[in-house]
Design a protein around this ligand. Structure first.
Ligand code: HAM
Length: 423
């Protein structure tokens, strides 16, 4: 039997990784500009962390977690998201005491047992930020601004930022009103939404079921239930985004699938992705730190789905072409393998990306490989030439050939590469 990658997971192959890394680099660069520092947490945590953090009644905790018992009988879970894990790490290392406003970012794989489809995987990557210590709406706006700079920095267009507020204590009153509105329609609700009605009626607001969607159009809106303070918070976020030129749309149906949100929630969708079009999502979570066992500490953040960002870049035709992976290929003619390796070592230590022939094939076959790998420069090393301590450099684009002494090789390579590279 041939073994394959598990359903919902996939291998990231070298070519794809060039673009993948470009997304990661933009993330690091933009997050760094906003004052975030990197944190890495383990891929698995105590199950309890996500039950308390993400919420026992959420889809994630109820049916999407990879939970297992280790050999010591502890219940562990592959992290389905990063926020709760970052909070746990901050508490464990007392990071909240270090800085009054603590900003951290992460890039890494997350695990959810969802039904795989285009843009939805069971192992997927997130690049996210979390900012702790201030409940000022300016921080919500800054987090959204950071998300916007990140996405536009990647070259994405046709983005929509959906913004909403879930308020704080007033949420319960709203949930009650929503239940009262929907209860008379119980008989018409699809099974999945009946379940949501019982456990988490807010989730019905972003239901994909047609009947529910129609009902929701007329439902009471969370915005009408906001307290003066919550309304002011949302209005300030909106005003600051406008001032900074960030386009957004207030969308009262954005509720998010995690329990920890208070006040601001947002989702960014990109054109060209089909059903799974949320490339980034986040919000404020002022009670999460307490839920996980810390002192009250407000927080706000987001996570972008790296897999989906790449799909969106491709769909929008902005995926950059990967450049050549090598600077130079050494074609080995005759019994000069040791000298070729020595030459490769010299060049590599001088900073060049070099590969060489190991199979003793014909020059023709070697040149074919060099072409295939899109190498700008080939050094031909043969027995006769070596006796004179020389090699031939061939510019693969112009076809120009030059015989150079081995002593002069590095400057000659530098010169020919600067010619063949238009950048
Ligand atoms: P989330 O909405 O569950 O939020 O996930 C954030 C993003 O991760 C989504 O918008 C999507 O791009 C990507 N994503 C989620 N599930 C999958 C999947 N199965 N396959 C591919 N991509 C996926 C959170 O996880 C929160 N922790 C975000 C946050 C950070 N809120 C505050 N701070």
């Amino acid at each position: 039997m041939r073994l394959t990658a598990i359903r919902g997971t996939r291998d990231l192959l070298p070519e794809e990784l060039v673009r993948w890394r470009a997304v990661e680099e933009t993330a690091r660069e933009v997050f760094g500009r906003y004052g975030y520092r990197e944190i890495r947490t383990p891929l698995f945590e105590a199950t309890e962390l996500f039950v308390r953090g993400v919420g026992a009644g959420t889809d994630i905790v109820e049916k999407e977690m990879y939970t297992f018992e280790d050999r010591g009988g502890r219940s562990l879970t592959l992290r389905p998201e990063g926020t709760a894990a970052v909070v746990r790490a901050c508490l464990e290392h007392n990071l909240f005491a270090e800085l009054p406003v603590l900003k951290l970012y992460y890039i890494g794989p997350m695990y959810r047992y969802e039904r795989p489809q285009a843009g939805r995987y069971r192992e997927f990557w997130q690049a996210g930020v979390e900012a702790f210590g201030s409940d000022d709406p300016a921080l919500d706006a800054e987090v959204i601004l950071c998300a916007y700079d990140f996405l536009t920095g990647l070259g994405l267009r046709s983005l929509t930022i959906h913004l909403n507020s879930l308020g704080d204590e007033e949420r319960q009153t709203y949930v009650q009103a929503l239940r009262e509105y929907l209860a008379p329609h119980w008989d018409r609700l699809p099974a999945r939404d009946r379940e949501r009605f019982e456990k988490n009626p807010l989730r019905m607001l972003d239901s994909k079921e047609e009947i529910t969607r129609a009902l929701i159009q007329e439902a009471p809106q969370v915005l009408d239930f906001l307290s003066e303070k919550s309304r002011h918070h949302l209005e300030t976020v909106c005003r600051l985004l406008e001032r900074e030129g960030v386009p957004y749309r207030v969308n009262p149906h954005i509720v998010r699938g995690l329990d920890y949100y208070t006040h601001t929630v947002f989702e960014v969708t990109a054109e060209g992705l089909g059903a799974q079009d949320a490339v980034l999502a986040g919000g404020r979570y002022d009670h999460l730190v307490e839920e996980v066992g810390g002192r009250p500490t407000p927080g706000v953040g987001f996570a972008a789905g790296v897999d989906r960002l790449l799909l969106a870049l491709e769909a929008q035709g902005v995926a950059p072409e990967p450049g050549p992976e090598l600077d130079l290929y050494i074609a080995v003619i005759g019994e000069v393998r040791a000298e070729a390796l020595a030459l490769a070592t010299r060049l590599r230590r001088a900073g060049y990306r070099v590969d060489l022939e190991f199979l003793g094939r014909s020059l023709r076959a070697q040149m074919k490989t060099a072409h295939k790998r899109n190498v700008p420069l080939v050094a031909l090393l043969g027995e006769d030439e070596l006796r004179e301590q020389r090699a031939t450099l061939r510019d693969m684009r112009s076809g120009e050939q030059r015989s150079v002494s081995l002593e002069e090789l590095i400057p000659a390579v530098a010169q020919m590469l600067s010619h063949s590279n238009p950048n």
